[in-house]
Design a protein around this ligand. Structure first.
Ligand SMILES: [Ca+2]
Ligand SMILES: [Ca+2]
Ligand SMILES: [Ca+2]
Length: 293
């Protein structure tokens, strides 16, 4: 089985673009993205220039019973540590880039439990993909991009009491009147048992922590970047991205740009090699007309 995916994985490793080059100045501005976290009002599916974004500081799309639309159990009672603050998407030179602004780095402690930041999920015209945020979620390599084919390809990562993982309660939410909490948020992680053949490549990841003041000190900034070619799309598709904390107490989702279809680098090389072969053959057969313009 290894030989079946070794070549694509090798090519992906060789051809993977570098990370987006996240640079944060002394005022907390993310230079390469041209944004400053916590400087814009909340809003969903905002499109401005080359950026698509959702901003939901101190807001959860789910109206939790007794809590309302704050990351449960409420921002004054610890919910802030699960607060997904902002999510940005863009495509530059066929490279898909995602930027998450969230409350805590990698994991946080609450009521004796360790809660992990979940994996990144992408939907492109009905096709689903997952990017592994951290090895702790399911033992997979950080940055690994998987095609998701079945519900068994994903799993929840927080099942202890006090989380909303097992809740089937219908609650008011931004995504429809009949969705349960797991429907809205889940899944949280790519399953460690996913078929290795569904591995498409690896995203570059970079991150930083910055103190934006008060409850927004310790804010974690996490970037994923990868070539859209890795997804193997047959047609251009509209991108939607979503990420949540493993406890299910907040989720953030953003509609994004259209992922283009471009020839895979390996195909370009083969076409170039084929063209060279034809050219040389042509010269031998027709030396007088040996010019290609
Ligand atoms: Ca916040
Ligand atoms: Ca939030
Ligand atoms: Ca925060």
């Amino acid at each position: 089985m290894r030989s079946k995916w070794f070549l694509p994985a090798f090519l992906a490793a060789v051809l993977a673009p570098s990370a987006g080059g996240m640079i944060i100045d002394s005022s907390g501005n993310i230079i390469d993205w041209g944004i400053t976290p916590f400087s814009q009002p909340n809003g969903s599916d905002i499109h401005s220039g080359s950026l698509w974004a959702t901003i939901q500081n101190n807001y959860a799309p789910i109206s939790y019973p007794g809590v309302g639309r704050e990351p449960s159990p409420g921002v004054t009672r610890g919910g802030e540590q699960y607060d997904l603050e902002e999510l940005y998407l863009r495509i530059q030179d066929h490279q898909v880039q995602l930027l998450v602004i969230t409350s805590s780095a990698w994991s946080t402690q609450a009521w004796g439990n360790t809660v992990y930041l979940g994996d990144m999920f992408l939907t492109i015209d009905g096709q689903e993909f997952g990017i592994v945020t951290q090895q702790a979620n399911a033992g997979l390599a950080q940055g690994a991009i998987y095609r998701l084919d079945s519900s068994g390809d994903t799993k929840g990562i927080q099942q202890q009491a006090g989380s909303y993982y097992n809740s089937t309660t219908l609650v008011a939410n931004d995504y429809g009147p009949s969705a349960t909490i797991p429907d809205i948020i889940g899944p949280w992680a790519v399953s460690g048992s996913i078929d290795p053949d569904q591995l498409l490549g690896t995203a570059s990841m970079s991150w930083a922590t910055y103190n934006y003041g008060g409850a927004e000190n310790g804010t974690f900034i996490l970037e994923y970047a990868f070539s859209g070619d890795l997804l193997g799309l047959l047609n251009p598709g509209d991108l939607t991205a979503q990420i949540s904390w493993g406890c299910g107490n907040d989720v953030i989702r953003t509609d994004g740009p259209t992922v283009p279809v471009v020839p895979e680098p390996a195909t370009v090389l083969l076409v170039a090699a084929g063209g060279t072969f034809v050219y040389l053959t042509s010269r031998r057969q027709r030396p007088i007309r040996g010019h290609w313009n």
